[in-house]
Design a protein around this ligand. Sequence first.
Ligand code: ATP
Ligand code: SF4
Length: 339
Amino acid sequence: MRRKDPKTQLSSSRALLEIRDLNLDFGTPRGRVHALRNVSLDVPAGQVVGIVGESGSGKSTLAYTVMGLLPENADVTSGSILFEYKDLLKMPTQARRGLLGDHLSMIFQDPMTALNPVRTIESQMIDVQHHEQGSWGEKRARAIDMLQRVGIPDPQSRIGAYPHHFSGGMRQRVCIAMALLVKPTLLVADEPTTALDATLEVQIIHLLKDLQKEIGCSVLFVSHHLGAVAELCDRVAVMYAGEVVEQGAVRDIFHNPAHPYTRALLECDPGRIKKSTRTLPTIPGEVPSLLGTKVGCIFRTRCRQAFDRCGQENPVEYRIGVDQVARCHLLDKELLVSV
Ligand code: ATP
Ligand code: SF4
């Protein structure tokens, strides 16, 4: 069987996934929507990296770009996505498709995106193992074992059921089982718990964490939910209007946020609000239109600390600590080193 443990294949100084200066537009009748702007991000081997930000900030677009599952009107205008040192954007379509499954696997927000409604779970879980060696019986046994691990009761008989026989939470467990059955090198999870209630969300996050540790895969975890990111992730990238405005180790970003947007996002997190309230706070203002060229900082229309320079120049990335960078002119001080 092919060796897939990234830790044995990659040098420790390079990340498993290296996204560099990625720019992506969507063509629309109203013009080009600049959905990703100069996005640079690493996912180190064996680590979980969270992507957070308000709706429309480009989180899903980034996840789908990594998976090569973009709609036809998407146009990657520049940048690279190095996965195991190879640029996915330059790879022939066939070779890229060949990575899906045991190298790159995805969990979608809606489990029905991944499941075929007219086929049994059994046939879908066996198909997903097409890269693996072993007889039909061995693959079936592995599938049952994985269903057991994700908490599907009576997997011996439930494996013969169709997706609509399962509840939403159970369907998402089946999808997690399918995505992890082939022990992918990188798992991309796009809001996998958003459609679930709070109790189920906690269960699924713990499950993902246990399985990730066991398999040793890396995870790119897209979420609105800061609590889930704090629980699951080692690193986090904060996106706003198509840009990564701050990134670093979860503990640094959550305890010492440097970008005004990260601070605003954390202030609105229901998990951090101490006083009882009937209305949850939101960041005043709206995410700006992504049509056309922008001059200056993209967050300035909502930033309480904006000053003249913010309207004239887009901030570069400043290093704040060993493992934290942010894009804000306020960080441009002599003691801070521009990266
Ligand atoms: P959410 O949390 O709501 O899923 P998101 O952060 O994942 O939001 P995206 O869905 O990636 O954001 O969208 C980023 C921007 O790209 C938005 O302005 C969105 O309207 C736009 N967009 C996404 N898909 C398309 C498309 N197929 N055609 C045109 N614009 C698109
Ligand atoms: Fe706010 Fe200016 Fe910093 Fe942008 S660069 S986040 S507008 S202070």
